[in-house]
Design a protein. Structure first.
Length: 458
């Protein structure tokens, strides 16, 4: 065919989109709807969620927010007879997340009377696979991160690998009309159908890079709106479906740099997209033409590993401070709270808990890197304690807020009330805390080997 049109409805499944934008996109007769559903932007929490654990209910709430997007997309794709391709299911793309979205898809299909072939592509990696690869020297750090150890693999709650375009292509070859995948590279679900149809791989992946955040690549940008990519033999076009937005050379070129550490190369599983010869041109008032993207294969196919490790449990306390005398002495007060809490809980191992303060209005965002600190008339204080148990974290947080609340300082007039609490109880147990423990590249002898595909008739 002369061109292939891929519709991207939103930056992440669950961000929403105007109904009119989707309708306009479907009037353009796309060949596929593709959407990213996850990211590491939200941190390691959702990757670490444990099935059946106390925090698993939050995953259920997260899945429910996706339904409003998923229902119209399913109906539109099936009505048009085109694939709906979803990557990085439910945020983190583990088997738990994949299963949750697959169940939701089947539930919607049953309600709406939809019938289709569905492919579910797993991305979770067993710790033993990682350890075996380590022994063979087949894993290396991606960027300035520590070398991986077998202990890291054993401690990981969940390990996922970021699949490339190949598992999506295979699922399409198997006749899947709806594809839901675990952790995946952001452009892969957009590039799959074009690559299956032998369009240029560099152009297809670069187009996927532009489309993966929805209409953020337009002006005014929005992650909650629809954009269309049209791929041809030697270029592609991008155009927003909302008449209130336009794509410009600046907006599209800028999104080529989005989340890219190297302005000339987009790293993907199996290779890089070389952007040194790329040209951006205004095609119409609302669309941009992109050409010159080239895919360069790596001699060794590698996939990125991501893992979450449990480090403790968090309790927070939120307070406001309006007294100018307290604000003037705040550094002294917080230092005293740290010192007194260390004395009070000296029977706890120092390695078993951590105390942090975030002072919004002074340096809550930048911390010690803040260069200019004005004297505010009020500040917001977040007390954060991470400890080996939830009870320990809450006990320490309660003590710390009490010290700050009643702390006396030179020139103080009142006898208490240094803090104003917006919530009761003041100390809020947040639950488990995870850290990313893997950000490494693993050699994969086969792009499909670690991503099993399950086909079902829905």
């Amino acid at each position: 065919m002369d061109e292939m049109r891929i519709l991207s409805p939103t930056a992440i499944l669950g961000y929403g989109f105007p109904k009119e934008s989707l309708m306009e996109g479907m009037r353009r007769n796309p060949h596929a709807i593709a959407v990213d559903a996850g990211s590491t932007d939200a941190g390691p929490y959702f990757l670490g969620i444990q099935s059946g654990g106390p925090e698993s209910g939050k995953l259920g709430q997260f899945v429910k927010t996706i339904e409003a997007d998923l229902r119209p997309l399913l109906k539109a794709s099936i009505a048009a007879g085109i694939p709906l391709i979803i990557g990085s299911a439910a945020g983190a793309g583990g088997n738990l997340h994949l299963a949750g979205i697959a169940i939701l898809i089947k539930w919607i299909a049953q309600q709406e009377g939809l019938n289709f072939r569905m492919a579910a592509i797993q991305a979770e990696i067993d710790a033993q696979v990682v350890k075996d690869k380590l022994l063979k020297g087949k894993i290396k750090p991606l960027g300035p991160v520590p070398a991986l150890t077998p202990e890291d693999a054993d401690k990981a709650v969940r390990i996922v690998a970021q699949m490339g375009v190949e598992p999506f292509v295979k699922a399409l070859e198997l006749g899947a009309m709806v594809i839901v995948a675990g952790r995946a590279s952001d452009p892969s679900m957009f590039a799959a159908l074009p690559i299956l149809n032998r369009y240029d791989k560099g152009l297809a992946i670069h187009m996927g890079k532009i489309l993966e955040c929805g209409a953020i690549a337009a002006e005014p940008g929005s992650g909650s709106d629809v954009i269309m990519g049209t791929l041809r033999e030697d270029h592609f076009l991008v155009e927003p479906m909302n008449p209130e937005r336009v794509c410009t050379v600046k907006s599209v070129a800028a999104h080529s740099l989005y989340e890219a550490s190297d302005p000339w190369h987009l790293a993907e599983p199996g290779g890089i997209v070389d952007l040194k010869s790329v040209r951006f041109a205004q095609e119409t008032e609302r669309s941009v033409r992109v050409s010159g993207s080239q895919f360069i294969s790596d001699p060794v196919y590698r996939i990125k590993l991501e893992a979450a490790e449990l480090v403790g449990y968090r309790t927070i306390c939120v307070a406001g401070i309006r007294d100018p005398s307290v604000i003037d002495h705040l550094d002294e007060i917080l230092y005293a709270a740290k010192r007194k809490s260390a004395e009070q809980f000296s029977d706890f191992s120092p390695e078993s808990w951590e105390l942090y303060f975030r002072v919004y209005g002074k340096n809550g965002v930048m911390g010690p890197l803040e260069r200019e600190v004005a004297v505010p008339h009020e500040v917001g204080l977040i007390i954060e304690v991470i400890a080996s148990t939830q009870e320990q974290a809450t006990s320490i947080c309660m003590f710390v807020h009490a010290v700050i609340l009643h702390y006396g300082f030179p020139g103080r007039i009142s006898t208490s009330g240094n803090l104003a609490f917006p919530f009761s109880p003041q100390d809020i147990p947040v639950g488990p805390v995870y850290r990313f423990s893997m950000y490494h590249l693993m050699e994969a002898e086969d792009p499909l080997k670690y991503f099993p595909i399950e086909i079902s008739e829905v």
